[in-house]
Design a binder for this molecule. Structure first.
Ligand code: HEC
Ligand code: HEC
Length: 644
């Protein structure tokens, strides 16, 4: 590995910014994008020189998309000539492309203490004591936020009510576990109660804390044990008290990353990085920390014996070992937790079980069994993709899917019986890929009808990663159902809305994508008619490309593999790190996306590249780059000395 990266010379892409680019922005854009007008939250007048792109790559990525797709300037305003538009696009692309060679700090991100989410808690308890009662289901729900995933560390703190639940759960867990799982050493001739207790603590503590423990830590557990015995508690109860204290310890409840502990315990490779002036002090994480990062990423649970062994041998960080572990972990059934958790949130199909509620008069077939089958199809599909290292493009279009009898009936597929899911080939090119899945089609619909707007927004946001800005307040709403009114079909009414210039900017991007999916009703059944009229599933992109129906829409989306790959990379990286992405993650995202594209879009490549990336392997503890974090989130500038 070549971390830390050297800071390289200034990019050449911006050499003609002053002469060729800034005048274009001033002519066509800054009237609406200045500090005083700031439409869509964007100020383009603040970029004064060639370094512009590097200070805020996110804004420039959106700008690129807006200009390239002819959304900006708005259509009733003076337009740049074809040459001017092209010049702007080429310049932004060039500048974004050479950015990793430029001024961005090489920064793995600040480490945020990470509390186990409910799911992680349940799985960890299962792997520790074989207890399958999901005790964390009684905890208050995790907030979710920032990066959009509920394992986002910034949202995982401990409110008092949660502490009470932790205490109660710890008692329950120890009562439910099989005694053999707890009392791994028996009191016997030559083994006193105290000696047996010590052996028991020495066995459990490293697994509960997910790292080697010091003698001091075991002594403290023994002290607890002794004081309980002195109070007259039985031997068993006294041992359990020690274990209970482990289960409410921050070392269990949080994924603590402390280089010092690991260093002492495992002759770790952690050495302070030489940090070039102005760049943050970054450190590789220790092998035990890496084991936890891996296991919580791919299993939503604690490391297993093999990971612990590789960490203890100080080998886990070696690229070949890591790659082998990733392959092994994806093949382990525990990786279903990753598939479910990641895809459930990324594609929002989790909402099927929480918010989405099709009208039960209009859609009496929407039973719990059907709902669960819809959800499971998406999870099975993504899990299959991971286990078999298939192309991520199959998310957009595939010639197979997973169904059980109930779902097969919903899709009009024959010959599938029973509750279990099986893989089936699809001859109908409308289905296949997530856009033809009932789960996705249902969560993007209203109770009584489909919404091409919501579906289009979903495609922009979850597939292409180019979301529209939030809607303006007080927009006239459409009726709750799709009955024709005033001689207009539902689609015609929606199109009427879009004719106003104020609305077109956003709706011309969203609605056509949703029109392409109109052959699927609000619970994802195929239809040729809507409210007695023939379905019109044709659409036209802002670029002028036309399509009709889901099959053609998917073909078109497959020409946007750059956007799609960058988007999946961003989503999965945020999930893997348990934090929202920052501007300094851009080069890493780009580098991973490139590797994935080069390697036939293999899902395994994406996972492996994430695991080998700077932010996954390193953390920042020291000085913050001047221009970077300090400017972005007002984080206090810490001095190097304060670290020691
Ligand atoms: C007449 C005013 C006007 C002009 C001129 C204009 N914009 Fe916009 N821009 C807007 C408005 C309004 C929005 C908010 C979204 C919408 O309504 O479409 C916006 C949004 C944006 C966004 C954010 C979009 C998003 O998805 O978050 C970007 C980037 C942008 N404009 C870039 C440009 C560029 C580049 C130019 C010049 C080539 C330009 N705009 C010219 C009015 C303008
Ligand atoms: C800045 C982008 C933006 C602009 C400008 C905008 N919208 Fe929207 N609109 C959205 C988004 C995003 C949604 C989806 C809302 C959601 O997710 O709940 C939406 C939803 C709607 C819906 C609901 C669709 C349905 O299926 O019920 C209607 C109707 C609508 N907009 C009409 C308009 C009209 C009319 C205008 C112009 C006056 C307008 N919008 C301007 C972004 C925009």
């Amino acid at each position: 590995m070549s971390f830390p990266f050297p800071i390289q010379a200034e990019s050449t892409a911006g050499s003609n910014f002053q002469k060729d680019i800034r005048p274009l922005l001033e002519t066509y854009c800054t009237k609406c994008h200045s500090p005083s007008r700031k439409k869509g939250g964007v100020d383009l007048s603040r970029f004064l020189d060639s370094g512009a792109v590097h200070t805020d790559p996110k804004t420039w990525e959106t700008t690129l998309a807006q200009v390239r797709d002819r959304n900006m300037p708005p259509e009733n305003k003076p337009q740049p000539s074809a040459e001017e538009r092209d010049r702007l696009v080429t310049w932004i692309e060039g500048a974004l492309d050479t950015m990793d060679d430029a001024k961005l700090p090489k920064d793995p991100g600040r480490y945020v203490l990470h509390r186990l989410s409910r799911l992680e808690y349940n799985n960890t308890i299962r792997d520790l004591f074989g207890v399958n009662t999901r005790p964390a289901d009684k905890f208050p729900p995790d907030a979710g936020g920032g990066g959009g995933f509920d394992n986002n560390a910034a949202t995982l703190f401990i409110p008092p009510v949660l502490m009470e639940r932790y205490l109660a759960a710890a008692s329950d867990i120890l009562n439910e576990a099989k005694p053999e799982a707890i009392f791994v050493t028996q009191v016997a001739k030559g083994i006193s109660e105290r000696a047996a207790a010590r052996k028991i603590f020495e066995h459990h503590a490293p697994r509960v804390y997910r790292r080697p423990v010091t003698k001091d830590e075991v002594d403290r557990l023994i002290a607890l044990f002794k004081s309980a015995q002195k109070r007259g508690e039985s031997y068993e109860e006294s041992v359990k008290l020690g274990l209970k204290s482990m289960l409410v310890s921050p070392h269990f409840l949080f994924r603590v990353e402390e280089s010092q502990t690991v260093k002492a315990a495992s002759k770790s490779r952690v050495t302070p990085a030489k940090s070039p002036a102005g760049s943050p002090a970054i450190h590789p994480v220790g092998d035990f920390e890496l084991a936890s990062r891996l296991s919580y990423f791919l299993w939503s649970s604690m490391p297993d014996t093999e990971l612990f062994e590789q960490a203890a041998a100080n080998k886990l960080h070696e690229p070949a070992v890591l790659e082998a572990q990733v392959t092994r972990m994806l093949l382990d059934p525990k990786s279903r937790a990753f598939a479910e958790n990641f895809v459930g949130q990324w594609l929002r199909v989790r909402e099927l079980k929480t918010v989405t509620q099709p009208d039960n008069k209009k859609f009496p077939e929407f039973s719990l069994a059907l709902r669960d089958a819809m959800y499971d199809e998406t999870v099975e599909f993504f899990h299959g993709l991971l286990k078999e290292n298939r192309s991520l493009l199959e998310v957009i279009d595939a010639d197979y899917t997973y169904v059980n009898e109930r779902l097969a009936k919903h899709y009009g597929l024959e010959g599938v019986t029973g509750k279990n899911f099986q893989r089936v080939s699809l001859t109908d090119r409308q289905r296949g890929g997530v856009l033809g899945m009932a789960s996705v089609l249902t969560v993007t619909s209203y109770p009584l009808r489909t919404s091409p707007v919501l579906r289009g927004r979903w495609v922009l946001e979850e597939i292409l990663g180019t979301p529209p800005p939030p809607p303006p307040p007080l927009v006239k709403s459409l009726p709750p159902d799709d009955k024709p009114r005033d001689g207009l079909t539902f689609r015609q009414r929606l199109e009427q809305h879009r004719t106003q210039a104020d609305c077109a900017g956003c709706h011309k991007r969203m609605d056509p994508l949703g029109f392409g999916l109109e052959n699927f009703d609000a619970i994802g059944r195929f239809r040729t008619k809507v409210a007695d009229e023939m379905v019109d599933a044709s659409g036209e992109m802002t670029t002028g490309e036309k399509f009709k129906g889901a099959a053609e829409l998917k073909k078109l989306l497959l020409t946007r593999t750059d956007d799609f790959t960058r988007n999946v990379t961003e989503k999965m990286l945020a999930y893997a790190l348990g934090r929202g992405l920052e501007y300094y993650d851009t080069p890493v995202v780009k580098q991973i996306s490139k590797s994935v594209q080069r390697d036939g879009f293999r899902s395994g490549t994406l996972v492996a590249e994430i695991v080998k990336s700077l932010p996954f392997q390193y953390r920042r503890t020291g000085t913050v780059d001047e221009k970077g974090e300090t400017a972005r989130d007002g984080a206090k500038k810490t001095t190097q000395a304060s670290l020691k």
